[in-house]
Design a protein. Structure first.
Ligand SMILES: Nc1ncnc2c1ncn2[C@@H]1O[C@H](COP(=O)(O)OP(=O)(O)OP(=O)(O)O)[C@@H](O)[C@H]1O
Ligand SMILES: [Mg+2]
Length: 264
């Protein structure tokens, strides 16, 4: 087993009292798998990913990567966030090389590795460009190249396409599936976008809100040709209805209505 999360519990203590963000989370991601967790805002998705990345510590429970307990961040877990996290003063290649530099990889080797992954994400021509010269989609490609460059055992992604427009998002989803296939990377991605989760993953964990628990695990069996037309497949619609129903039972729909302004 690759990634294993056992009886994970996370409680935050704030001035307004304590809040249980995650309760009794059990999940696993096998080598080479692409797994998504889908849940409404506040269901603890980012908290879960931060715990797996070792950026925060669980209140109870454990996280294992290849049977070794996670106690902090490490190069075995690559992370891609929703917001753009490139260093603005470094060019694209330097950004991709940064993690390798921290690991003490020699310059020559770093250069080769960065060049290779920039080619994988289709940005070889932009090695010397600064992040401000790139579009949102291109920045996320660089972030993916940077995460892949350290050759992590697992790629952790927190709503990586959340800030992109619909068309760019679709292109990036296709692109990510191609990368997953060509590099055999293990991916765990979290999103609130039900279609995205079904389109990308082989398995989905549906999360409930406040506290975040795993409501259901679904196996997704769809033709994997990485083309958006699979979204029009009747089986795709059935999966979507099923996940939406699970989220709705949990108040997902009513919450989004509640968030609308009262005065119209
Ligand atoms: N550092 C923190 N201190 C206190 N409470 C926190 C902290 N981080 C998260 N929370 C709370 O934990 C709950 C889950 O937050 P989290 O950010 O994990 O949700 P999410 O599913 O990622 O939401 P979104 O879809 O909006 O990104 C929320 O109620 C949030 O207010
Ligand atoms: Mg979040």
């Amino acid at each position: 087993m690759h990634l294993e999360v056992n009886q994970l519990h996370k409680q935050f203590h704030t001035r307004r009292g304590s809040l249980t963000a995650l309760k009794n989370i059990n999940l696993h991601v096998e080598e080479g798998e692409f797994v998504c967790a889908v849940g409404a805002s506040g269901s603890g998705k980012s908290t879960l990913l931060r715990l797996i990345a070792g950026l925060d510590t669980p209140t109870a429970g454990e996280i294992l990567v290849d049977k070794v307990r996670v106690t902090g961040p490490g190069p075995d877990r690559g992370m891609v966030f929703q917001s753009y996290t490139l260093y603005p003063w470094m060019n694209v290649a330097e950004n991709v090389e940064f993690g390798l530099k921290l690991q003490g990889v020699p310059k020559q080797r770093r250069r080769q590795q960065a060049a290779y992954y920039l080619e994988v994400v289709g940005l070889s021509g932009f090695a010397k460009a600064l992040p401000k010269e790139l579009s949102g989609g291109m920045k996320q490609r660089v972030a993916i190249a940077r995460a892949l460059a350290s050759q992590p055992k697992i790629l952790l992604m927190d709503e990586p396409f959340g800030a992109l427009d619909v068309q760019t998002k679709e292109t990036m989803q296709q692109f990510l599936l191609e990368i997953w296939r060509s590099t055999n990377t293990t991916i765990f991605l979290i999103t609130h976008d039900v279609e995205e989760a079904i389109f990308l993953s082989q398995r989905i964990y549906v999360l409930s809100s406040r506290p975040g628990t795993i409501k259901q695990e679904l196996q997704i069996q769809l033709p994997r040709e990485a083309h958006p037309h699979v979204k029009r497949h009747p089986v795709f619609q059935q999966y979507k209805d099923k996940v939406m129903e699970l989220l709705r039972e949990d108040g997902y729909q009513s919450k989004s209505w509640e968030e609308l302004p009262l005065a119209i």
